[in-house]
Design a protein around this ligand. Structure first.
Ligand code: FAD
Length: 403
């Protein structure tokens, strides 16, 4: 019997752990190298759209079932309201009907829940997850890929998956394209339990601030505020002061929103500036492949970063399985399938993010008029949400076989 391929995965976030699950289930030996000392519980939540839920199901039916059970499955009649800061409804987005039409619901979930489910599934599939292992760079030869470690050691494998996030060290090794681009806004986010709101699934459009609120688990709401600001200003405050300043900036907003922010603890608050990058010309170099935010960091305006990372993981493992004994060809097929789709989503997210901020009176009017006339964006992103793990697979395999 041939030796199983050894995949070394740098980064144990959503993308890296999903790749570990997919590759291990496809028969690979997998080692995940994660810089932090333990799997993070990361503050708030995120929305898995139908495409991400389908990717999760493809990683393992029980994984999809677990995240549905621990997250919030959007009900068929559920609506997400878009309001102005004072609670006046600008539009209603029928997110339940949207899921029905696509055959798969949206599932908002706490990051900690998704991360834990992926971690446990990776270990159950036979992957090894090494914490406290920071990757500083990589090297690829004809027949091997090497991850270089901060402690001076290294780990060799047949392929090296760079899933080390937006500030990826391995991306710099491959592309040397410098730091990511600041989008012009920061994100303060958190979660609260036991808060009841009349419109629990909601987007609040303020001037230079947009607040997204969603149920993410039974009794738990998460929220994300995107705030137009100079780079570094809000992260420098730290979570407690950022939360205080956000509460002050929104003190005259709709009372249920004010209560939600006051019910959030500083310990559950995360502050980061938002960045993205221009689409990359390539993601692979023989036995090295970028995945997730390392490959295609995008602003969260369409909520697709993690969804795309889950899709990447499914496609990568299928490409590796379809090209036994030929890792470079498998990675080339993966790049060919994933790069065009994710590049388009990066650019659409960037455009949507610029409109969403409504920074200044004219921009605020423009954004709110668009929302009134066209509704919110989810109905215009059905092409993104319609992704199915089996739709492009044969094409990729066939195309790769011809080259
Ligand atoms: C405010 C906000 C809201 C969002 N909302 C959504 C949403 O609703 N839906 C959605 O799909 N996406 C959303 N996203 C995007 C999503 O969070 C990311 O796209 C996703 O987390 C990317 O996963 P990743 O595994 O590629 O990177 P990360 O989650 O960043 O994971 C990278 C991992 O690599 C580790 N690492 C880093 N460097 C090294 C190193 N040198 N060596 C070893 N390990 C290393 C890190 O510790 C981390 O564990 C949102 C993002 C933000 C900021």
């Amino acid at each position: 019997m041939p030796e199983p391929v050894h995949a070394v995965v740098a980064g144990g976030g959503i993308g890296g752990l999903a790749a570990a699950v997919a590759l291990a289930r496809a028969g690979a030996r997998v080692t995940v190298l994660e810089r932090s000392r333990r799997t993070g519980d990361g503050g708030g939540g995120l929305v898995l759209y139908p495409n991400g839920v389908r990717a999760l199901d493809a990683l393992g039916a029980e994984l999809g079932a677990r995240v549905r059970a621990e997250g919030h499955v959007t009900a068929p009649d559920e609506v997400r309201a878009v309001t102005d800061a004072h609670g006046r409804i600008l539009a209603e987005e029928p997110i339940g009907a949207h899921g029905l039409r696509l055959g798969t619901p949206q599932v908002p979930v706490l990051r900690s829940v998704l991360q834990r489910a992926l971690h446990e599934a990776a270990v159950a599939a036979g992957a090894t997850v090494r914490h406290g292992a920071a990757v500083t760079g990589g090297a690829t030869r004809g027949d091997a890929a090497r991850a270089l470690l901060a402690d001076g050691g290294h780990l060799d494998g047949d392929l090296l998956v760079a899933a080390d996030g937006i500030h990826s060290a391995l991306r710099q090794h491959l592309l040397a394209d410098g730091p990511p681009r600041y989008a012009g806004y920061t994100s303060v986010r958190g979660r609260a339990t036991g808060v009841r709101m009349p419109l629990p699934a909601r987007v609040v459009n303020g001037r230079g601030v947009q607040l997204f609120i969603s149920p993410a688990a039974p009794g738990t709401l998460y929220w994300t505020a995107k705030i137009t600001a100079p780079p570094g200003a809000w992260p420098a405050k730290g979570p407690a002061d950022a939360l205080r300043d956000l509460r002050a900036a929104t003190a005259d907003w709709d009372p249920p929103v004010v209560r939600l922010l006051h019910a959030t603890a500083a310990a559950d608050t995360v502050v980061t500036d938002i960045h993205d990058r221009d689409p990359a010309p390539r993601w692979t170099d023989g036995r090295l492949a970028l995945l997730g935010d390392a490959a295609h960091p995008m602003v969260p305006a369409l909520g697709q970063g993690a969804n795309m990372a889950l899709e990447d993981a499914v496609v990568l493992a299928r490409a590796v399985a379809a090209h036994p004994g030929d890792v470079p060809r498998a990675l080339a097929a993966y790049e060919r399938e994933r790069l065009p789709r994710t590049s388009a989503v990066v650019l659409r997210s960037r455009a949507q993010g610029a409109v969403d901020q409504g920074d200044g009176a004219a921009a605020e009017l423009h954004r709110n008029r668009l929302v009134r006339e066209q509704g919110r964006k989810d109905t215009r992103t059905e092409d993104i949400h319609a992704w199915h793990p089996d739709h492009r697979r044969e094409e990729t395999v066939d195309h790769a076989a011809r080259t």
